[in-house]
Design a binder for this molecule. Sequence first.
Ligand code: HEM
Length: 427
Amino acid sequence: LTVTWEPVGTGSGGAAAIVGALMTSEGRADPFPLYAKAHELGPVSVITGGPHLVCGYAAVNQVLRDPGFGPMERPLEDPDRAVGGPPSMGRSILWANPPDHGRMRSLISQVFTARRVTALRPAIEDAVDALLDELAETGAGGRSVDFMERFAFPLPVTVICEMLGVPAADRHRFRSPAADLTEALELPALASSPGAPGAPDADGPVGAAARELAGYFAHLIRERRAAPRGDLVSALVAARDADDGRLSDEELLANLILLLVAGFETTTGLLGNGLAILLDRPDVLTGLRSGAIDVTGFVEEVLRYDSPVQVTTRVARADGLTVGGLPIPKGGDVILLIGAANRDPARYPDPDRFDPARPDNRPLSFGAGPHICLGNGLARLEAAIAFPRLLARFPEISAIPDAPRTRRDRLVLRGHETLPVRLLPGR
Ligand code: HEM
């Protein structure tokens, strides 16, 4: 993927300039005005010598559902390292095409079931309440608390580790490698642009994180193979060891790493983005607390308005594909602006307004089609449990004007680095 980069504020305002602007820190901090410009150009734009840029809701939805398009590339794919090297998420379902994708997806969905997710409700409630107890302690006397560090990050970690069967004592080890590994999810072309973090490198922090997590899970797989439990690692090991051998060793490891990492920063982002809205909109906070605003509608609108995943990519795997009437040649790359699709004025009236009562609200934040997020039920459940309990416990939670919140400097995964709050009324 190559994008002709144009400096912000110059040029014709065409698709390349918009992509260029999205690569800057300012663009990453607030991509929404750039999305509005993209909509003015139309649902699909061509970048000369580069990818197509897709921002329209219908067009993004179509590409995601069309099996003619597949994931763009596997991060950290290096044939020299295939044996004995660091297996990364590149071998997981997220980057797989048919028939591998269908084989792995059906296997994993057999163990990652709606029943298993629903059964987690009491464990999620306990995890939320335990974190709220800790918050109360840290924020006693009106002290500032970082919601990201103390709640938005630990909750999803605890929940996915519970589901996978990762012992509680090991959970603190994942924050840094998981954060490093999500770098592999940023767009390669964007990552190599001026001012952006460097492209993932197998010898850099991303590779080191992949090796660390692979080492950890290899150990856990050995333990569960020797003594299976009712957890997801044991279930996937059993699938790997079944007579028909439908999952390779590499795939088992890659999918375990994906399950761990995919649920971390995304759900953390959802919790932080949702709280930031509540802090800015006391009317929404009051409505949610009193039950006048339905929590499901609130969570869907947070997903739409400030999606934790803003962008994904595809490549045309067949001849004769078209999007929005434009032909995409086989091998052509496509950038899908999920965050822009969610604010498409043709799909959502008054798209920049946060409205938890929007009818027919179906944001594309979890993707769509064959690769639709496997964890969407889990992420929605965590958020639907967390927000009402948080507000019931701390009805006066508020932002701290002199300790401003900071955003992570990322485009694909959108969330906060810090979100300082006061839990009690200011004195
Ligand atoms: C796939 C978003 C939470 C596991 C995806 C995709 C998106 C997404 C957009 C599709 C990517 C594409 O098609 O290019 C999110 C968001 C989350 C979230 C916004 C939280 C708010 C989770 C959780 C898990 C999870 C909690 C599980 C622990 C996965 C997996 C895939 C996936 C395994 C790959 C599915 C496939 O390729 O068939 N997610 N996700 N996600 N997600 Fe999530």
